[in-house]
Design a binder for this molecule. Structure first.
Ligand code: LLP
Length: 419
């Protein structure tokens, strides 16, 4: 998918703003997002689903900054949330509660109460014990909870094992063969209305066939249950469509939409999709500066001021994010293999191994691409580092959408006991 991070006059820009210009005002490292790119990705998906009664409930976990949520909400997106914190964010950003679904295998009583009080569209329930818990809480609140049952379709998403969720050995969803019984038993749960079924088989899928297999299973299952008298208002298809990280090939949203239309286009019920990465992944970069260029006997290292605490994906999933110079380099200049690392005290703090780059020195700026999804949202203060700023660019303007959170600030929450 296209993004708006391009070189103009030899300088990397986010839309019409030069990254070097932002660096004059904001210390690196920082995340930088492009409004036009987020909008474009949303619109492309929306167009791919045209003709279906589908709502795009953006997966807040991918990038939960309220400025991003507001932008998407204004375009008509709903939200898929997985915690009270995300629900607070979505509502704060103005996303209407009747477009919010609540997913997750371990919702607490507090979270279920919160969701019911806010009258959200539906709670996606992942086990029988959770269903009973929702019923009890709804009864106390004198409400009828709208619930979708998340099914585990036992389909291999063929993605990284840590983000694959659709196999029966994964903790997610309700096993296929126990749904019948649960739906039967639900008649006795006065404060539950089963409004639909849900699936989500994993993230960063680069092949459409697992989606196809899942949607087919879902459809067969709906027919089977409807033949026994069940009625569903909605089917939630989850998220998971992958994006190109390092010029790799991924299915387009159009192709994804086509699969949905082919298999589920004739269903009577409404559809929900929960994309996260697809919308924001390529809409963000992590801007960072070289602290040292370190020469070694066997390897040379570029040591950046960004680290694994700012962007976990390379150390956690061996993800390969493309890393480019902010000031464009001459294509013909000599390139040498280097490892690009952060300053954190573990070898896992490595962004790239043996990539070929022109010579560089202290102060040079780099952009780690495709960092808009699961970047800032997964960051931590490991090594007592700051939580880095997030900047949003809109045409020729930029704005800080999250300030840097310094150790001095979060240290205010720590105490030495006085015993
Ligand atoms: N719906 C549910 C129920 C999910 O669990 C997820 C992601 C999504 C939707 C959105 O999936 P997406 O469209 O973004 O693939 N931190 C990992 C990704 C974890 C995904 C967790 N669930 C990473 O950086 O690759």
């Amino acid at each position: 998918m296209m993004d708006h991070f391009l070189y103009k006059n030899g300088l990397l820009h986010a839309e019409n703003v030069s990254i070097t210009e932002i660096c004059e005002a904001i210390d690196t490292p920082f995340y930088c997002y492009s409004v036009a790119t987020i909008e474009r990705h949303f619109r492309v998906l929306e167009a791919a689903l045209k003709g279906l009664k589908a709502t795009i409930c953006y997966a807040v976990k991918a990038n939960s900054n309220i400025a991003v949520l507001k932008l998407l909400g204004d375009m008509g997106a709903g939200a898929d949330v997985v915690s009270s914190g995300e629900l607070i964010r979505a509502l704060k950003a103005g996303i209407p509660s009747n477009k919010i679904v609540f997913s997750g295998v371990g919702k607490t009583k507090g979270e279920i109460t919160h969701a019911l009080k806010e009258n959200i569209l539906q709670i996606n329930v992942e086990s029988e014990v959770e269903l009973h818990c929702v019923n009890t809480i709804a009864k106390d609140l004198n409400k009828v909870a709208q619930v979708a049952l998340r099914i585990n379709p036992d389909v291999d998403a063929r993605t990284h094992e840590k983000i694959s969720t659709g196999r029966s050995e994964n903790k997610f969803g309700i096993e296929w063969n126990s749904i019948d019984k649960i739906i039967n038993d639900t008649d006795r749960l006065q404060n539950i209305e089963i409004s639909g079924l849900a699936v989500h088989i994993g993230s960063q899928l680069t092949d459409l066939s697992p989606f196809r297999d899942t949607f087919k299973k879902l459809k067969e299952f709906v027919f089977h249950l409807e033949s026994k008298g069940a009625k569903f208002k909605r089917l939630d298809l989850g998220g998971g469509l992958g994006i190109p990280y390092n010029n790799d090939e991924t299915p387009t949203p159009q192709e994804y939409g086509k699969v949905i239309k082919e298999i589920l286009g004739d269903m009577k019920c409404d559809l929900i999709v929960e994309p996260g990465r697809l919308i924001v992944g390529n809409a963000g970069i992590l801007v960072t500066k070289v602290i040292y260029y370190k020469k070694g006997d066997t390897r040379n290292f570029i040591i950046l001021d960004a680290a694994m605490n700012d962007l976990m994906r390379p150390s956690l999933y061996d993800a390969e994010h493309e890393i480019i110079n902010v000031i464009e380099t001459n294509q013909n200049v000599e390139k040498n293999a280097v490892d690009i690392v952060g300053p954190v005290c573990e070898t896992g703090d490595t962004f790239a191994r043996q990539v070929k780059l022109p010579k560089c020195e202290t102060g040079d700026l780099f952009a780690i691409r495709s960092a808009g999804a699961y970047g800032a949202a997964m960051s931590s203060t490991y090594n007592s580092r700051a939580l880095i700023p997030e900047i949003m660019v809109n045409k020729s303007r930029f704005s800080t959408i999250r300030e840097r959170i310094e150790p001095e600030t979060y240290l205010n929450y720590e105490k030495i006991p006085d015993w």
